[in-house]
Design a protein around this ligand. Structure first.
Ligand SMILES: Nc1ncnc2c1ncn2[C@@H]1O[C@H](COP(=O)(O)OP(=O)(O)OP(=O)(O)O)[C@@H](O)[C@H]1O
Ligand SMILES: [Mg+2]
Length: 307
């Protein structure tokens, strides 16, 4: 097993965390974590509710400052509004009720803030066409968002993220509220686009199995630790027990992996909520497992990502 901070030879680092500590509400979400994510990698970001998946993405976007350490994207210290990053936030439920045509929705992001281009600029139109083509949604985009299925809306959201040719995509829970069939389609679509463009994707999810065939490595968060490695390196009893702060078993059945705490499958809980911070991370969940939210500095210090 190699230290996960090391970049495989021949590939450029896209995202680097150098001894990063992230704090939220006076609590360390990540403690002294160092890792490197490379070009052309599909990284599955996993971990229980409140582990810090969203916070990490927001930190990479420069929206949450690191308490200590450095985060670099393509060698540059993070800053807000980095055009090299495409972001799909976790909060999306409001879209379902909107009558706006899919294409106009995608175009809104190409307009104004990001590009400084007028709405009907030919260059912006071409860029909208390009991203719709990439995700196979030219036809779909002629319909209003409210008439699309959740999976179809995801397709348009992905198109929106691809505007301006980002090198790093941060996709926060794209599978929420989708049935297994649509989950599979979304994962396959993201994988295809990721490979076609040679870009890097961080894809957070609550279940590993839908991502198993697409991902190159897993970034598993919990108890202030970030474990980055292959599935075989990270999805193990010792690593996950440390991240969950309790005894975890890993079972493999018919090509699927089940992460168990006693007889409870820890990844398999209802995670249907779509509001990002409207939910309670403070122990109000009825998921029947302990998220391991005991973050004494002594416990979390000095053992990040060393799988
Ligand atoms: N703005 C904030 N102020 C204070 N605490 C916050 C804030 N945002 C997030 N937190 C806390 O930081 C921790 C990490 O939250 P985060 O949303 O990153 O977790 P997550 O892994 O994305 O969870 P989920 O799986 O539920 O989406 C949680 O304990 C959360 O309550
Ligand atoms: Mg989240």
């Amino acid at each position: 097993m190699t230290p996960t901070g090391a970049a495989p030879r021949g590939s450029a680092p896209v995202l680097e965390l150098d001894r990063v500590t992230l704090e939220m509400g006076g609590r360390a979400i990540l403690s002294d974590a160092s890792l490197v994510v490379n070009q052309n990698e599909f990284i599955g970001v996993l971990g229980p509710n409140g582990a810090g998946k969203t916070t990490l993405m927001r930190a990479v976007l420069g929206l949450v400052p690191a308490a200590s350490g450095a985060i670099r994207v393509l060698g540059e210290t993070v800053e807000r509004g980095n055009p090299s990053i495409g972001y799909m936030p976790q909060t999306r439920s409001a879209l379902a009720g909107r009558r706006v045509r899919g294409r106009d929705f995608v175009a809104m992001a190409a307009d104004g803030h990001r590009w400084g281009l007028p709405h009907h600029d030919a260059k912006a139109r071409k860029e909208v066409d390009r991203v719709l083509e990439l995700v196979g949604a030219r036809e779909l985009a002629m319909r209003p968002l409210s008439e699309l299925s959740g999976g179809e809306r995801q397709r348009l959201l992905l198109a929106q993220c691809l505007l301006g040719n980002p090198r790093l995509l941060l996709l926060d829970e794209p599978l929420i509220s989708l049935d297994p069939h649509h989950q599979k389609n979304v994962v396959e679509l993201v994988r295809r686009v990721q490979q076609e463009l040679g870009i890097t994707v961080l894809f957070s999810a609550h279940e590993l199995n839908p991502l198993l065939h697409a991902l190159d490595r897993v970034l598993y968060l919990g108890s202030g630790v970030a474990a980055l490695g292959t599935v075989d390196e990270v999805i193990t009893k010792p690593v996950l027990s440390r991240l969950y702060g309790s005894a975890i078993d890993v079972m493999r059945v018919n090509g699927r992996i089940f992460v168990m705490s006693g007889d409870v499958e820890v990844e398999k809980h209802d995670h249907e909520h779509e509001d990002d911070h409207g939910h309670d991370h403070g122990g109000g969940h009825a998921h029947g497992h302990d998220h391991g939210h005991t973050h004494s500095p002594a416990k979390t210090h000095g053992h990040t990502h060393d799988v």
